[in-house]
Write a protein that binds this ligand. Structure first.
Ligand code: NDP
Ligand code: MG
Length: 389
């Protein structure tokens, strides 16, 4: 039986991973699941999959569940996983949202033969640290973000020097063909036309910040220069990436708008008897009307940030993630407007206060986490002050 860990099992990616595993239950044994506060759902998951270990990071919810569950070990954090889990598991899905996923992702690498990472914030902020652990413990890595999984699956047999250009597609989110007015509610902004995802990534798709993050993510994972990446609007989200090679070949990667495709591939890849998920027929109607468009910078001003990204690994990537995380949080709490997200990111990351981090390399996990706390606090304070003015 394949031993499995899912970090963030109560989220959108976590739940889809469990659905795939449930269909082929006899082959798998779930060793550890985690949630922040959704103890109702994780209790169900414990029952369905007979899970022995879970982590509940929210302190109050942890205490509640610890009392209730008699036959399951309930832990408040991801510390000393070495002692909690014997040997190595076969597969881990890293699907906590936000930079909070970085520490658990780094800690789990030594305990797993393969890690599939959906948590893009941890790749953006801590890729150099993740990569070090992957090498040290000989852990195999598979990217799960659909664009990255697509690119990964077609460039394996090429040298990165042979790649001329890579296009990442973006649906354009709920406001592509609408005027972005004042007073947009969080509910309107999370209504993604093609994907059902967690709140944070849905807002990032509406501002297009998600694509900025994905370019940083791709640049790091594939170690390809920033200038080779482009964003292309593609409202149907059927094509995920286009890779143009120097030999003239162009690979266009399409799949249904279903995250179970990259997820199930990350679970089964390399196996003889794969339990394929049901995919739809090739959609020629969509292929006949792909409707690629260039990005309207006036509508999606965050795209200007591409010019600010550093070529080399720097702490500025953490600044970008943390400023955006906090602004999205403030928007979800209705403390700032939707349009403020883009304008404030631009102002904040260009301030000398934050731009100095372009020249600093990430050294360790604690430094990245401290910077995240600091940037979020500063963003919160500055946003509230400017609102009062
Ligand atoms: P969700 O918000 O749906 O789920 C997040 C998961 O992380 C939940 O289990 C949540 O627990 C847990 N969590 C949240 N905060 C904390 C914390 N502070 N400490 C520990 N656990 C926490 O997110 P998604 O599943 O949509 O996304 C997960 C990651 O995958 C993100 O980084 C996202 O960018 C990336 N991704 C997602 C895609 C998608 O289609 N959804 C596509 C590509 C990438 P609780 O339920 O208690 O809140
Ligand atoms: Mg994506």
């Amino acid at each position: 039986m394949k031993k499995i860990i899912i970090l963030g099992s109560t989220g959108s990616i976590g739940k889809q991973t469990l659905e795939i595993i449930k269909k082929d239950n006899k082959k798998f044994k779930i060793v550890l699941l985690s949630t922040d506060k959704n103890i109702k759902l994780i209790s169900k998951q414990v029952k369905t999959f007979k899970v022995k270990n879970i982590v509940v990071t929210n302190k109050i919810k942890y205490l509640v569940l610890k009392k209730k569950l008699k036959y399951t070990n309930v832990f408040p954090d991801f510390k000393s996983l070495d002692k909690r889990i014997r040997g190595k598991v076969d597969y881990t899905m890293s699907a906590i949202s936000g930079i909070e996923g970085l520490r658990p992702t780094i800690n789990i690498i030594k305990k797993t033969k393969r890690i599939a990472i959906a948590n893009k914030e941890s790749i953006i902020c801590g890729w150099s640290l993740i990569q070090k652990e992957l090498k040290k413990y000989k852990t195999e890595f598979i990217p799960v973000d659909s664009e990255h999984f697509s690119i990964w699956s077609v460039i394996k047999n090429y040298r990165k020097e042979d790649i001329e250009k890579i296009f990442l597609t973006a649906s354009g989110g709920p406001f592509l063909n609408k005027k972005i007015k004042k007073n947009i509610s969080p509910n309107d902004a999370i209504k993604h036309p093609n994907w059902k995802m967690g709140k944070k990534i849905s807002i990032d798709s509406a501002t297009l910040m998600n694509k900025i993050f994905e370019i940083i993510e791709a640049k790091k994972i594939f170690d390809i220069e920033l200038k080779k990446f482009y964003i292309l609007i593609h409202p149907k989200s059927y094509i995920h990436a286009i890779v143009k090679f120097k030999n003239g070949l162009i690979k266009i990667i399409a799949h249904d708008t279903n995250m179970k495709i990259p997820i199930s591939n990350s679970v089964y890849i390399g196996e003889k008897n794969q339990n394929f998920i049901k995919s739809k027929k090739i959609n020629f109607k969509v292929l006949n009307s792909l409707d690629f468009q260039l990005v309207d910078i006036k509508k999606f001003p965050v795209v200007k940030l591409l010019k600010k990204i550093t070529k080399k690994d720097s702490l500025f990537d953490t600044v970008l993630v943390s400023v955006n995380d906090e602004l999205v949080n403030l928007f979800l709490k209705k403390e700032i407007e939707f349009l403020d997200i883009s304008s404030k990111i631009w102002l904040l990351v260009n301030s000398s206060f934050f731009s100095k981090f372009k020249h600093q390399k990430p050294k360790n996990l604690a430094q990245i986490e401290r910077l995240n706390e600091f940037v979020r606090l500063k963003t919160r304070t500055l946003s509230v002050i400017s609102k009062k003015k």
